[in-house]
Design a protein around this ligand. Sequence first.
Ligand code: NAD
Length: 432
Amino acid sequence: MKLCMIGTGYVGLVSGVCFSDLGNDVICVDRDTKKIENLKKGIIPIYEPGLDELVLKNYKNDRLKFSTNLKDSISKSDIVFICVGTPTKKNGSAADLSQIFDVAKEIRSSISKFKIIITKSTVPVTTGDEIEKIISQKVSKKLFSVISNPEFLREGEAIRDFTYPDRIIIGCNDKKSNTILKNLYSPLISKGAKYVNSSRRSAELIKYASNAFLATKITFINELANLCEKLDINVEDISIGMGLDKRIGGRFLRAGPAYGGSCFPKDTKAITTTADKFKTNLSVIKSVIKSNENRSSLLLKRIFDILRGKIKKKKICFLGVTFKANTDDMRDSPCLSMIPSLIKNGAVINYFDPTGEKKEFKKIRNVSFSKDISSAIKDSDLIIIHTEWNDFKSINFKKNIIKKKFTIFDMRNIYSLTKMKKQKIRYFAIGC
Ligand SMILES: NC(=O)c1ccc[n+]([C@@H]2O[C@H](COP(=O)([O-])OP(=O)(O)OC[C@H]3O[C@@H](n4cnc5c(N)ncnc54)[C@H](O)[C@@H]3O)[C@@H](O)[C@H]2O)c1
């Protein structure tokens, strides 16, 4: 099939490449000329394991193309996927849909034969109705069908998640388009993915409900971790004990920093705002948002306690600064608020991240980047393990740190409390 992905970011690029690998002809379009030029040279704009080889393979065999020409790309395609960003509005907590509606306007001036138009972007319920309205102002409804097909891939696991999804949700009331999409996804369905055909509005809400539920699970265990810290209980035991119950499940039940990233913070805000618009109070999700927003200040207080209130001139090393491992995405990473607060209180920060130096910290005084783990931790008073990269799982701290007295605050509970005790290392973890 001939596909066009509008927006070549995490979702557009990964799903575009994977669709081409399944034998489709795919054009990935973006308005960012530099990104497209780079992709044509084989320079991948994001860190995502396995993505570069897959791009190269499919670009070379000509099934994958990159373009900045939206009109031309749409006219050459049967199915058009909208994969642009839906960030939180600058003033407020609703989703900013300007990129979506701009694209809808561009699509309507590029349709001359039947097109299936799919929103893969996460959009509030009824956005599909709006897109349909915009396009039908200039194009006959017989010439297009607007469908919701939310994407559930996780950064860092994106190719695996796309290729082996738990489910494929197609929000579509039109039988002909549904058959075409079932056919497009048949290689994944035959490997075990469940194909669910729902109404368009249901599909839009399924995506937000899923993200809000996962954010709730994380926040739930984070709050229990706070209680465990007061009771000399290890929250890891609670996660295991609860997670073994099949009704609950162990995933997303690991205590740590606040949830961050490009999806959970914005999507929890957007779903409560949509519900407010329809005079429905999603009070559980609202309290999740509040609890998560408090989490970074709570962890900051813990850092102060660990350093016994003496933070001035203390050398603090962050291992990992992205919101989770295996991604270079800094959007809403918890350390974006923690690092400036520590600096304000006189600390000196050094960090290492396997995906390199971050522009977010370049202009902050007293924040520096180290090129490897050993030089990052060498001279530290406190090491904060902020993300769970495999690279951080077996560090010989005693060998690499020159200071006699140093402390570790493991925000991902990677290391064993007893082993640290045996080595006489001052070690703190979350929820114990
Ligand atoms: N990142 C994830 O893990 C993830 C997972 C599932 C769903 N989503 C959702 O998918 C959507 C996209 O997220 P993302 O992280 O890929 O965003 P992103 O910011 O990485 O990429 C969006 C791309 O769209 C391009 N764009 C914007 N307007 C355009 C236009 N008019 N024409 C052409 N290109 C245009 C931008 O230049 C950018 O490259 C969001 O709604 C997000 O919530 C993201």
